[in-house]
Design a protein around this ligand. Structure first.
Ligand code: TEU
Ligand code: CA
Length: 545
C-alpha cells in the first residue's frame, strides 16, 4: 500500500540555475551550463532534478516572479536548450521536475499589465484587488512576508492589489475559474514537453480567503488541489511536491493521503522554523536544540508511516548551508557533513540534495551589505537598521540564516571563480572553493561527495531504507541522533554524534544490532551494541545479517 512509483527509491537534486554553472561568461548560470554538468549528477546517482524557476522573469526574486509561463528566461537559454536538457537528462535516467510558481505572477506578466489598466479589463479579476480605505490608504494593515505592506496602489485603476511577497509579485486570484484553467493548460503544456513533475511554490497559500483572513492553508486549498489533480495530474507518471511553510503533522495527509488525489508529498519546515527566534524570526537564530530537532523528525516519520510520504531535506535556496547550521563548518566540516547526510538519507521518504551540499559547501561570510543580493535580506536590512539595529548585528544574522548563503556559486574547481564562470559572477564565490570543490572531492575516496554517492546507492540496494518502519531511540539525549528502521525481518540502526567531542553511548536494546556496517564516518563497524564510543561527528549505520 505504500507508493511504488518510479520515484519511490530515488533521490532528488535541487538546481538553483542562476548559481549552478555559467556556460557563456556572463556571470549567470544557465541551461547549457546545467547540461554540461549532467554527468556529475548521473555519477552521484540522483533520480530527478528539481529545477528552480527558469521561466521568463524580470528576476526581482530570481525567477520566482514569472512574466511568461511558457518561455525560458533569455539569461538561462531558450526553449530549445530546455528540450535538450530534457533529452540529455532522460538519457541518463534523470527526470526534470519544474518549479510551479502560481500563488503569484510577476507584475510584468501580460495578465497583470492588462489587469491594472482598468477594473473592467477581463484580466483584472485574475488578481486580488480592493478599493482604498476612506483615507485613501490600503484596505488593511497586513504585512508582506518580504516586508512592507501587502497592498500596493495602482494609480491607473485607482485600486490596491494584494501581494504576500514583494510588490513585483502580485497574488493570483484562484477564485477565478478562468485563471485556474489557464494554469492547468500551462501545466499540461510542460508535461507534454516531457517534464516528470512539479515542485509547487508556496502551494498552501492558493486557497486563501481574504474576507475571513484565512491565508495559510486557506479554506479553498484542497478544493483547488483536487481540481488540479483531476484536470492535470491524474494518470500521469510524475511526482508532485508541494511547498508548505504551514503544514503540520495534523494536516499533512490532507495533501498527500492516498485517498485525497492531490499531491505525492509536501516540503514541511517544522524542523527549520523551530530554530528561529519567536519575534525576530530567522534573523536571530536560536542555539541548536538536538532533542527538539529529533522530535520533529520522529513525529513526521510516525505521522506518515502508513499513508502519505515524507520529503527529507535540511537545505534549499532559501536556507543556510546545512553543515554551517547543524554541523561544524570548520575543523570537522567533512565529518559533520557526512554525518548529517547519513542521518537524513537513511530515513524514510525522498531525500533532496541541494546543489553544493554534496561537497559540504558552507555559508558565505559576508562583511558588507553590498555583498548581499537577496531582496528579502536587503528589505529587512533597511527595515531593521531603520528600527535601530546595527549593521553589524544584522549582517551577523544574515550570515547565519540569510538566503544568499545557499546562492553563492557552485564550487566546481579550485581555480578562478571556482570554475563557475569565466566572467564576473552575479554574487561572490566563496573563497573556500580552493579547498571545497567537486574536482578535489572526486579525486578523494573519503570525500563528502563519495559519501553521498554511497548513500544514494544504498537506498537502491536495501528496501529497508525505502520502506522500513522508523523507530526513534535516545530521544532526550542532547548529543546523539539514533534510530532504527525495520522491514521484512531486516533491521538497520543509525547512530550519530552531533557534537565535536568524543561521546560514550550505552546502547539500549531496541537500538542494538550486529551484522554488516553499511557506511560510516569513522572506521567501519559491524555492530552497535553495549557501550559505543563515537569520535566527534561520527556516524554509524549497521544492518542485521
Ligand atoms: O519560498 C516561500 C517562502 O515563504 C520563503 O520566501 C520564506 O518566507 C523565506 O525564505 C523565509 O525567510 C518560496 C520560494 O522558495 C522562495 O525562493 C520565493 O522567494 C518565495 O516562495 C516566493 O515565490
Ligand atoms: Ca550564462
Amino acid at each position: 500500500h505504500m507508493p511504488n512509483k518510479w520515484w519511490t527509491d530515488k533521490v532528488g537534486y535541487q538546481i538553483y540555475p542562476r548559481s549552478f554553472c555559467d556556460s557563456n561568461g556572463d556571470g549567470i548560470g544557465d541551461i547549457p551550463g546545467i547540461i554540461s554538468k549532467l554527468d556529475h549528477l548521473e555519477d552521484l546517482g540522483i533520480g530527478f532534478i528539481w529545477l528552480s524557476p527558469v521561466y521568463r522573469s524580470p528576476m526581482v526574486d530570481n525567477g520566482y516572479d514569472i512574466s511568461d509561463y511558457r518561455d525560458i528566461a533569455p539569461e538561462f537559454g531558450t526553449l530549445d536548450d530546455f528540450d535538450r536538457l530534457l533529452a540529455e537528462a532522460e538519457e541518463r535516467d534523470i527526470g526534470i521536475v519544474m518549479d510551479l510558481v502560481v500563488n503569484h505572477s510577476s507584475d510584468r506578466h501580460a495578465w497583470f499589465e492588462a489587469a491594472k489598466q482598468s477594473r473592467h479589463a477581463p484580466e483584472h479579476d485574475f488578481y486580488i484587488w480592493a478599493d482604498p480605505a476612506e483615507d485613501g490608504g490600503p484596505p488593511d494593515h497586513r504585512h508582506a512576508y518580504f516586508g512592507g505592506p501587502a497592498w500596493t496602489l495602482v494609480p491607473e485603476c485607482g485600486r490596491y492589489y494584494f501581494h504576500l511577497f514583494s510588490p513585483a509579485q502580485p497574488d493570483l486570484n484562484w477564485a477565478n475559474p478562468k485563471l485556474r484553467q489557464e494554469i492547468y493548460d500551462m501545466m499540461r503544456w510542460w508535461f507534454d514537453r516531457g517534464i516528470k513533475g512539479f515542485r509547487m511554490d508556496v502551494i498552501d497559500l492558493i486557497g486563501k480567503d481574504l474576507a475571513t483572513g484565512e491565508i495559510e492553508e486557506g479554506p479553498h486549498l484542497h478544493t483547488y488541489l483536487q481540481e488540479m489533480h483531476r484536470e492535470v495530474l491524474a494518470g500521469r507518471d510524475i511526482v508532485t511536491i508541494g511547498e508548505s511553510w504551514n503544514v503540520t503533522t495534523e494536516t499533512a495527509l490532507n495533501y498527500s493521503g492516498r485517498d485525497r488525489n492531490e499531491l505525492d508529498m509536501v516540503f514541511q519546515f517544522e524542523h527549520i522554523v523551530q530554530g528561529w527566534d519567536d519575534t525576530l524570526g530567522k534573523w536571530r537564530p536560536k542555539p541548536f536544540d538536538l532533542p527538539g530537532f529529533k522530535s520533529v523528525f520522529a513525529r513526521w516519520q510516525e505521522a506518515l508511516a502508513n499513508d502519505g510520504w515524507n520529503s527529507i531535506f535540511l537545505s534549499n535556496h532559501d536556507l543556510p548551508r546545512q553543515v554551517s547550521r547543524y554541523g561544524d563548518d570548520g575543523k570537522y566540516r567533512v565529518q559533520s557533513a557526512k554525518m548529517l547526510a547519513t542521518v537524513m538519507h537513511l530515513m524514510k521518504g525522498t531525500p533532496f540534495v541541494y546543489q553544493g551540499e554534496e561537497i559540504g559547501m558552507t555559508n558565505a561570510k559576508f562583511t558588507r551589505i553590498d555583498q548581499f543580493r537577496d531582496l528579502e535580506t536587503l528589505n529587512f536590512y533597511a527595515e531593521q537598521t531603520a528600527a535601530g539595529m546595527s549593521s553589524e548585528e544584522f549582517i551577523a544574522g544574515a550570515n547565519a540564516n540569510g538566503r544568499d548563503n545557499g546562492r553563492t556559486p557552485m564550487q566546481w574547481t579550485p581555480g578562478p571563480q571556482a570554475g563557475f564562470t569565466t566572467g564576473e559572477p552575479w554574487i561572490e564565490v566563496n573563497p573556500n572553493h580552493e579547498e571545497i570543490n567537486v574536482e578535489t572531492d572526486r579525486a578523494r575516496r573519503d570525500s563528502v561527495l563519495n559519501h553521498y554517492r554511497q548513500l544514494i546507492q544504498l537506498r537502491k540496494d536495501h528496501t529497508v531504507i525505502v520502506h522500513g518502519r522508523y523507530v526513534p531511540h535516545l530521544s532526550d539525549d542532547p548529543r546523539v541522533f539514533a534510530y532504527t528502521r525495520e522491514a521484512e525481518g531486516k533491521k538497520l540502526a543509525v547512530l550519530a554524534n552531533f557534537t565535536g567531542d568524543e561521546v560514550e553511548v550505552d546502547v539500549p536494546d531496541g537500538l542494538a544490532v550486529s551484522g554488516e556496517g553499511l557506511i560510516g564516518t569513522g572506521y567501519r563497524r559491524d555492530s552497535i551494541e553495549g557501550r559505543v564510543t563515537l569520535s566527534p561527528y561520527e556516524s554509524v549505520a549497521v544492518i542485521s545479517a
